[in-house]
Design a protein around this ligand. Structure first.
Ligand SMILES: *[C@@H]1O[C@H](CO)[C@@H](O)[C@H](O)[C@H]1NC(C)=O
Ligand SMILES: *[C@@H]1O[C@H](CO)[C@@H](O)[C@H](O)[C@H]1NC(C)=O
Ligand SMILES: *[C@@H]1O[C@H](CO)[C@@H](O)[C@H](O)[C@H]1NC(C)=O
Ligand SMILES: *[C@@H]1O[C@H](CO)[C@@H](O)[C@H](O)[C@H]1NC(C)=O
Ligand SMILES: *[C@@H]1O[C@H](CO)[C@@H](O)[C@H](O)[C@H]1NC(C)=O
Ligand SMILES: *[C@@H]1O[C@H](CO)[C@@H](O)[C@H](O)[C@H]1NC(C)=O
Ligand SMILES: *[C@@H]1O[C@H](CO)[C@@H](O)[C@H](O)[C@H]1NC(C)=O
Length: 438
């Protein structure tokens, strides 16, 4: 068979007419067990015409940032319930080319790095990130306090005195641009002057624009179509080591931008979510139609972030072993240099009500806060998705820091991200034509 295979990438499908001649008729008549020959056409190989669209995904991906603006900082310091108001979205278009592509092991695997860059999209945003202010937890201070927890009382008091002298408080106000892309922080600057390896700038997305991070080796699917796009190694790792069970440490599935062809409703789709530092799975919930294309909707079932009391499989995500949070939240300190960060779905969607009730101003709901991927089942192409995660920080009393004296232990929301894409009209029309033939 000549190599005229087509790679179908994420929301783009390039050489539809070749596909029509190639895999489509095959897929049309045969069952899963006998399609192997036809499926050879869906692989990540260099000569395929769609290789370009795998390298440079054409359909736009938008990343929307929402922040939780704190409305009652004094009351929180006095021990009262926190109140927040959501602001956003501030939207950036994400560019994620694949570079340094190298084929390995006779073309059964492919190496790539995925430098991402972000360009602000004013017409999809509520305001100007360089102007709009957000009041939130002073993240550098909380991280430093948390780090100092294991040091002597004397050192803690010293740092505490110093923060008071500079007038540094538990809540800070800065622009959206600063909190995302970085600002010079007085505490970090002070530490930097003593320990130069500590960065004096802080930003949630600092150094994430254009950096060449994330090295992947994927299976091309040449050997087995079920392996198409599956991650073999991530940053050189075949599995992680920070979680407390082998099962939790597994790097499962694809990166979520593509899936193997011939998806069925009963299977679980596995995704390695680097920003959550773990793999998750999604299960079928519904049939949907996107721009006239039939698709299966997959969502993370509620057991993914369930507490180990209710789902013992999740015990491995408690680090150290046995130190568990409740349903709907995942502590990711292990992969954030010990910083007390916690991820969840936005507004603590599907989390234990105690997390939701601890903060005024949250209203979790499916439409706005659920993560989903709509996958065209024949080709495995995701034609629409919304991937949503919230970043929280643990606020609690720290001995030696009087400003935390009345603070109740709270998983405090900072921001959430909605990464969304939909197949573009051109690719959708090609796919409709292709599928009409099957
Ligand atoms: C904080 O904790 C104290 C003592 O446990 C409790 O009385 C108070 O209601 C809590 N405040 C909030 C806002 O949960
Ligand atoms: C990727 O390739 C560029 C040049 O093409 C090189 O400078 C860079 O070091 C490579 N990066 C990695 C991680 O291999
Ligand atoms: C690559 O292919 C050659 C020839 O078909 C074979 O001898 C060799 O073992 C293969 N190598 C790997 C890593 O599969
Ligand atoms: C990211 O880098 C690109 C190109 O270098 C630039 O155009 C863009 O404005 C940067 N984004 C931010 C948020 O700084
Ligand atoms: C967030 O809250 C601060 C403090 O109240 C306020 O100055 C700012 O305008 C608010 N931000 C937005 C975007 O409403
Ligand atoms: C993980 O697997 C290795 C061998 O594959 C075994 O030695 C180790 O004890 C396992 N660890 C846990 C926590 O189960
Ligand atoms: C990885 O996949 C295996 C099944 O192949 C499953 O048992 C395990 O729980 C998965 N791990 C995660 C973290 O999803």
């Amino acid at each position: 068979m000549t190599r005229r295979s087509c790679v179908i990438y994420a929301t783009g499908i390039a050489c539809a007419h070749l596909l029509m001649a190639g895999i489509a008729p095959v897929l049309a008549q045969v069952s899963q067990t006998t399609t192997h020959r036809g499926l050879k056409e869906i692989t990540l190989t260099e000569k395929s015409q769609v290789f370009e669209s795998w390298k440079n995904p054409p359909s736009p991906v938008y990343v929307e940032y929402y922040f939780f603006n704190v409305t009652n900082p004094e009351e929180i310091l006095a021990g009262e319930k926190a109140s927040v108001k959501q602001i956003g979205p501030y939207t950036y278009r994400e560019y994620r080319p694949r570079e340094n592509i190298t084929f390995l092991e006779n073309g059964t695997k492919v190496y790539a790095i995925e430098p991402k860059s972000y360009v602000f999209v004013p017409e999809k945003s509520v305001g100007d990130p360089e102007v709009d202010l957000v009041r939130t937890v002073n993240i550098p201070l909380v991280v430093v306090m948390n780090e100092l927890n294991s040091y002597s009382f004397f050192l803690r008091s010293f740092v505490s005195m110093f923060t008071r002298k500079l007038g540094i408080e538990l809540f800070m106000t800065c622009t959206v641009h600063e909190i995302l892309w970085g600002f010079k922080d007085p505490i970090l600057a002070k530490i930097h002057s003593m320990k130069p390896e500590v960065d004096e700038y802080f930003g949630l997305m600092r150094k994430k624009n254009g950096t060449r991070e994330g090295e992947f080796v994927f299976y091309t699917g040449e050997k087995n179509y079920l392996d198409y796009g599956k991650i073999d190694t991530w940053n050189g790792l075949r599995q992680m080591s920070w979680w407390s069970s082998n099962q939790s440490n597994m790097i499962n599935g694809t990166d979520g931008t593509l899936f193997h062809p011939l998806i069925n409703r009963n299977e679980l789709l596995y995704i390695f979510a680097a920003d959550l530092c773990r793999s998750i799975h999604l299960a079928y919930v519904d049939d949907v139609k996107v721009k006239g294309i039939r698709a299966y909707r997959f969502v993370p079932p509620s057991d993914v972030l369930m507490s180990p009391t209710d789902n013992p499989n999740n015990a491995g995500f408690c680090v150290p072993a046995g130190d568990c949070l409740g349903t709907g939240v995942l502590k990711i300190s292990v992969c954030r240099q010990g910083a007390p960060f916690v991820v969840s779905f936005p507004h603590f969607y599907q989390a234990d009500p105690m997390y939701i009730n601890a903060i005024d101003g949250l209203s979790p709901n499916r439409e706005e806060h659920e993560t989903y991927i709509d996958v065209q089942p024949t080709t495995g192409v995701p034609i629409r998705y919304c991937k949503r995660t919230q970043l929280n920080i643990i606020l609690k009393r720290v001995q030696g820091f009087p400003q935390t004296k009345f603070i109740n232990y709270t998983i405090f929301p900072i921001m959430f991200v909605n990464k969304a894409a939909t197949i573009d009209d051109d690719a959708a029309s090609k796919m409709r034509t292709l599928l009409a033939l099957t």
